[in-house]
Ligand binder design. Sequence first.
Ligand SMILES: CC(C)(CO)C(=O)C(=O)O
Length: 355
Amino acid sequence: MSEFDKRIVVYGAGSIGTISGAYLTKAYGKENVTLVDAWQENVDTLNQNGAHITGTTDLTVPVTAVTPDKLTGQFDIVLLHTKQGFNSTVIPAIKQILKPDGTLVSLQNGVPERNITKIIPPKNVIAGTVEFGGTGAGPGVSELTTEYEAFKKSAYAIGEVDGRITDRIQMIQEVLSNVGGVTVSDNLMGTKWVKLLVNESFSGLSAAADATFGEVAADSVGIKAALHLIDEGLKVGHADGVRFALMVGVDMNQQFALRGDDFTDQQIQDLRVFIKSSSKLKASMLQDLYHHRKTEINEINGLIADTGKEHGIPTPYNDLIIKIVTQAQETDTLPKFDETMAAFKKLLGNHPVAS
Ligand SMILES: CC(C)(CO)C(=O)C(=O)O
């Protein structure tokens, strides 16, 4: 353990960062790994009680945590786990603490890499996706909501921005393997976009209906709406030149694109199987609504709707998610499952085909 000579920062110790930070600290020691979070009570509790992971596992690891203003020194690896909405302050702050040959691993939802590399040189940036879920359970505690076996098999997908398989990407793969399974992608944009499909469908519906992914999938309207959302994302992505990567071995286009007038029963069944290991997940956008925080609706469903507009592709299902979540955010209320499903049922009736 002590031979490890890299200093790691986990920037953002929310529901996901706490899990990453706990496992990395367990592997490399608290002298090599620092968790950074703006919430003072969270930082204090992490330092006093350690990072406590509940849910599909049970683990407590003593960790080092600081607020961003207390982070000093230079680091080799920074895992970016904060929300895109904070990038205008977070990315310049990371630039100050990243070694000249250090690596920022951007793990945010959406596709923020173009803007990040305007501030941090592209040679210092790799990117990826988080494929597990966590729900914040108070300061210092995060509930792992993905089934443990699925998490150990597939926790992150990472890649160089230009898709090369380098020594560096293999080194980061080895580091992150201490948390869970890591896929190396030679098609990073395809990887970010395939995660976006999950976010704009299940995370969008989870936030818009105050529900877990499993509750959305079990509902006959919810699962159909999810298929339409995925189909819109596929159409928009294809028009934008995206080559979608596989997600946990699944070709989303082959399995879930709309062919003909309506989705088949097989597609409904396949989507339920695909999302099963994530049944307990609550979207981070929903957790944002619980905690009166701004959601990533513009960076997730908004990205699909805006890119759709650029290419003249209608996105009525994404538009409805945006409407419901934005309204909840603006009025500081929680959407109601039945009302959301009724609104989607109407849309399914009016526009059974996403066109
Ligand atoms: C799908 C999930 C839960 C995975 O971390 C996510 O990215 C989100 O809702 O923000």
